[in-house]
Write a protein that binds this ligand. Structure first.
Ligand SMILES: [Zn+2]
Length: 88
């Protein structure tokens, strides 16, 4: 029995990882009303910016997949905190 050569894992740049993470975030969440309200794309429940520090409350039958952000505003902030640095 031969062993298949292992494919070396390609090193993804921080920007590539951020793009993927933003796409995952965007597949679940939308900001509406001028970016001041967070909406679950699965159950269409909303959370205003003023409630960002509270867990997002989904509809009881929300089909959101496991692992959805509990604090989607803070999840977005964390993602944007990984933006490439400003270069002058
Ligand atoms: Zn939901």
């Amino acid at each position: 029995m031969s062993t298949a050569p292992s494919t070396p894992a390609r090193k993804r740049s921080p920007l590539q990882v951020l793009k993927t993470d933003l796409k995952i975030w965007s597949s679940h969440w939308q900001t509406i009303s001028g970016g001041t309200i967070m909406r679950c794309g699965w159950c269409v429940e909303d959370q205003p910016l003023s409630a960002a520090g509270r867990p997002f409350v989904h509809a009881p039958d929300c089909p959101a997949p496991e692992g959805a952000a509990v604090y989607p505003w803070h999840a977005l902030a964390a993602l944007l905190g990984r933006l490439p640095a400003v270069k002058e």
